[in-house]
Ligand binder design. Structure first.
Ligand code: PLP
Length: 233
């Protein structure tokens, strides 16, 4: 087995175990490969291993890989998206997981109407309160989602967060729990045109805790591909 194949076997086993601990169906948890700094050949390798969704942080980098791989993968944007890149984003991504401002939502809506398309989005929430992170503050989210669902061409599919920056995965648990509680609150409002299917949370260092707290989409980079160039671990 290649190392990517071995890594995937191990990550999938850990996903199953975490889902089991939480009394959840392991098949309800989607594994996304987070591919920043990963060359197209290696992205291809995970696709061959049955991974369907690829996450990218930068439009420019995604365009280069998309030129090679195209629609063999389903592409999701997981990094901060500038409004002037939205048009290009439409040519690659089927979901923007990192919706973090009303201005961006309005631009997505505008481009969607122009292109006669719709875009799925997740609302990014800054659950850790770290000012290095993008995303809405938790207390802003209900009001924000109520505004976004009024825009045409944009479909709110759930919420997205990044756990706190810490070597201990347990430290992210309150972040993940907060996102889950927000999702529950939004669901109870029965907003028209919002179908809150996805809780995108959990990365290499904290995906098991995220699954225990209700994540159904984990975004794994290093755990699949190994350390990124220039990284210690
Ligand atoms: C890089 C990245 C990931 C994957 O991180 P790993 O720690 O390598 O698993 C997940 N989500 C986002 C938003 C990222 O930028």
């Amino acid at each position: 087995m290649s190392s990517i194949e071995e890594n995937l076997v191990s990550i999938r086993a850990r996903i199953r175990e975490a889902a089991g601990r939480a009394g959840r169906d392991p098949d309800s948890v989607v594994l996304m490969a987070a591919c920043k700094e990963v060359p197209p050949e290696l992205v291809r390798e995970v696709l061959a291993q049955g991974v369907k969704i690829v996450g990218e942080n930068r439009v420019q980098e995604a365009l280069q890989k998309y030129a090679v791989i195209g629609n063999e993968a389903e592409w999701h944007m997981i990094g901060h998206l500038q409004t002037n890149k939205v048009k290009k984003a439409f040519s690659i991504f089927s979901m923007i997981q990192s919706l973090d401002s009303l201005r961006l939502a309005e631009e997505i809506s505008r481009q969607a109407e122009k292109l006669g398309r719709e875009m799925d989005v997740l609302v990014e929430v800054n659950t850790s309160g770290e000012d290095t992170k993008y995303g809405l503050r938790p207390e802003e989210v209900v009001d924000f989602v109520q505004k976004v669902v009024r825009l045409d061409g944009i479909r709110v599919k759930g919420l997205f967060t990044i756990g706190i920056f810490s070597p201990r995965s347990e430290d992210s648990r309150p972040c993940f729990r907060a996102l889950r509680e927000l999702q529950d609150r939004l669901e109870s409002l029965n907003l028209p045109r919002a179908s809150l299917e996805y809780l995108s949370m959990g990365m290499t260092d904290d995906f098991e805790v995220a699954i225990e707290e209700g994540s159904n989409m984990v975004r794994i980079g290093r755990g699949v591909f190994g350390p990124r160039p220039g990284q210690q671990s």
